[in-house]
Structures are given as C-alpha cells and as structure tokens.
Design a protein around this ligand. Structure first.
Ligand code: MLT
Length: 426
C-alpha cells in the first residue's frame, strides 16, 4: 500500500477553476434553457493567428517527409524559437537575456509548480520562507502546499508558514515589501487577478530588496502583452514588460512567460521560463549553486520538450504577420476590458484593473460576499465570473471578470449584469 503525500490533504477540495466549472455545470444541468456567458477562467476565445496555423501546418507536412521528420527535440526547446524569444522579447527591450537562458515549456502554470523541484524540500534543513501576494493566482499557493512548504489552512484559507502580502485599493494594489527577509517571493505583473501593474519604481524596490536579502523573485509576466505602452504607470514611466528591465534582476529573478493569452495558445500549449546564468541558491552547506544548471537537469530528466509543430507555431508569433495578428488580438481583448470597466462603472460598480490586463477586479455591491455575488450573477444573470475570495482572503468582497470572450457575449453580459443590479450597487 503506497503512502500518499499527506500535504495534499491540506488543500481545499478542488482547484478554483474546476470547482467553478462544477458549480456552473450543476446549474446548467438544472437549467438547460439558460444561456450562460462565461467571463470566469482566463481562457481565450478568438482563433489562433493565421501565421501560427500556417507554420504548424508546414511543420506537420515537414514531419511527413524523410528529411523533415524529427523525433525527440531538445528538452530546453529548439534554437529557432529560443533565438526569437531572446531577440524580440528581451534584447529589443534592452534586457540582457540570451537564448540558452530560455527554457521552452508547455505552460507557466506547470513551470511555476515544477520550479519547486529545485528548491529545498521540507525537512532537509532550514525551510524556505515563501511570500505570495493576496489575492494571488492560486497555483503559487497550492503548489507550495503540495510541496510541504506550509502548515494547514486557517478558516480564511490562509496557510501557516506562508507570508501573505496584501493587495487592496488602500495600497493601490501595491503590496508592501516584507519587513523581514523571505527566500522566495512570487510576483505576477500585470497582475492576475486584480489587473494591477507594477511601476518601474515598484519593481526596482523589489529587486533592491531581493539583492539585499538573497531573495529569489519568481516573476510571472504571462500578461505582459496586454500592457498599454501609451499609458504610463503611476511613477510616470512606461510599465515594465519584464523584470529584467530593472538593473540587477538577473541576479535575483526567474521570469515566466506564456504564448497562451497573447497568441491564443491555451489549448495548443507553449510557454517559456528564463533562468539567468549566475543566479544562485544555497546548498545545505551554504555554498552557492547555479539555478540554471539545476533547472536544466530537472527539465532534461522530467520533460521531453514541446512538440516541434507547436514550437514552429510559437516561432511564427514573432514573424511580421504574427506580430500584427497578436497586436490585433490583444487590442481586441483590451477593448473588451475597457467595455467591462466602463459598463460596470456606468452601472454604479467600483472597478479596478482592466487597463493593462485582461482582468477587471470588481468590488461586490452592498458588501456581498464573493461567492454570494457569484451565485447571484449565475442564477439571475446567467453570467459566470470568478469570486475574489477564491484568490485569497484579501479577495473577499471582490469579483474577477475576464475580458476573454466574443464581443457580443461581453456586451450581452454587461447588459444582463446592469439589469440584474439595476438598483443595487452602493
Ligand atoms: C486564470 O483564469 O486565472 C487563468 O486562466 C489561469 C491560468 O492561466 O492557468
């Protein structure tokens, strides 16, 4: 009889999005005539860019020829894709990232969880102190629970042992830098779920803190493509797309990125993680060890790479046509976000985000609890969103609406929400 990983038993019953899907499916079964509009999980709705499709078709055909056939690819990703990422995502923005520091993968969610493989397991010496924002993308928390880096959850869902950095309207969704040193901090900008961004000044403060305290920043930039470069951050400077725009970040940060949201690859699967050379952690005897080598070792052993066909599709994101199509897609979703922001504001709601990110963070009216608001929207408006409390205790009283849907669905959802809460918002 195998012993299980008891840490899993500390987790809430279901991961947030499957739990929402379960509730929505139960409602749909009981109300088969209801036409539901989903603005819940951040899953894209618009077709793959033509340039990516054509590149994938060409790659499939190439694989059908004796000369073009390929078996196992490099676990780190093909050079043709890593070179493009280094050139367009980093060098073009003045960031010092080389192709061999880029690890192509099947998703940022997976990489975020897998990175814990190269961190000290519990019981192996002094435990890592891990900090997360609250509200937070639940993957950062749940994977730390699974890895045994926390104690049990309290009644608000917060786990013992994690350091929670609250983001709220009072602090402008800029969490205070911890007063004490932490070993690892997860930052996500543009932020999921609040839609907030970190200014260059704020990110510099994080990098300075990390360099001072030997903290590793895990920087999730999955939504960077939605930044509006015409609208500066609150320090008057352009919103950074990458942590590596900040001097010194190579010595303290790993960055995660994805083709899911910008190029519609949520189903196709392609992402990448940057682990700079020279970035180190400590071994049990206090010696410095390069994380790049450890991550390379981990990936080579546990991962066989993303398929050639999909990597050719991702490469096409950087072609002239691909870039134009991605710009159109991101502009389309951000126009949805603007409509949601303006529509809800007009209906009397207080909203945040939705300017540099495809998420609008809505204050629930009349002090409604997040899940009560979820139920009300589902039952009365047949609209699905994500309860803020699902992202953490500090998300209570908020609700996330995603801008990922067809235009007519977004318009219809706004209309229904407006009618449903015609007199309600306080
Ligand atoms: C979300 O809705 O927060 C995202 O879709 C989750 C993800 O990208 O895994």
């Amino acid at each position: 009889m195998p012993r299980i990983n008891d840490h899993y038993l500390k987790l809430a019953a279901g991961y947030l999005f499957p739990e929402i899907a379960r509730r929505v499916n139960a409602f749909a079964d009981a109300n088969p005539d209801a036409s539901l509009i989903k603005l819940g999980i951040g899953d894209v709705t618009e077709p793959l860019p033509a340039a990516c499709r054509q590149a994938m078709i060409d790659a499939v055909n190439e694989m059908g020829t004796p000369d073009g056939f390929r078996g196992y690819g490099p676990e780190q990703g093909y050079a043709f894709l890593r070179d493009k990422i280094a050139e367009y995502d980093y060098r073009a923005r003045g960031c010092d990232v080389s192709a061999d520091e880029i690890f192509v993968s099947d998703g940022s969610k997976c990489d975020g969880g897998n990175l814990l493989d190269i961190m000290a397991p519990p019981g192996s010496g002094p435990a890592n102190t891990v900090a997360v924002c609250d509200p937070v993308y639940p993957v950062y928390v749940d994977t730390n629970v699974m890895a045994g880096n926390t104690g049990p959850a309290d009644e608000t869902g917060r786990y013992a042992g994690l350091v929670y950095l609250e983001m709220n309207p009072a602090n402008g969704f800029e969490p205070a830098i911890p007063g004490t040193p932490v070993d690892v901090v997860y930052l996500c900008y543009p932020n999921n779920p609040t839609g907030a961004v970190a200014s260059r000044t704020a990110l510099k403060a994080w990098v300075d803190y990390a360099l001072k305290h030997d903290t590793l920043i895990l920087f999730d930039a999955a939504y960077h493509a939605f930044i509006d470069d015409e609208i500066p951050a609150d320090d008057g400077q352009p919103v950074p797309h990458s942590i590596y725009e900040i001097p010194g970040a190579r010595r303290c940060a790993i960055e995660l990125r994805s083709f899911s949201k910008n190029a519609g690859f949520t189903g196709t699967r392609c992402a990448f993680t940057v682990v700079p050379k020279g970035l180190t952690g400590k071994d049990a005897s206090g010696g410095d060890v390069e994380l790049h080598g450890l991550w390379n070792r981990r990936q080579s052993t546990k991962f066989n790479g993303v398929s050639y066909v999909v990597q050719r599709g991702a490469e096409a994101v950087y072609s002239q046509d691909g870039r134009a199509e991605v710009d159109r897609l991101t502009a389309f979703y951000m126009d949805n976000a603007r409509r949601i922001r303006e529509g809800l504001t007009g209906a009397g709601f207080t909203v945040h985000g939705g300017v540099h990110a495809p998420y609008v963070w809505v204050q629930t009216p009349d002090g409604l609890k997040s899940w009560d608001f979820f139920d009300r929207l589902l039952h009365d408006a047949h609209v699905v969103g994500t309860p803020g409390s699902g992202f953490g205790a500090a998300g209570e009283g908020f609700f996330r609406l995603s801008a990922f849907n067809h235009r007519d669905k977004v318009e219809e959802a706004l209309d229904r929400i407006g009618r449903c809460f015609a007199s309600a918002p306080a």
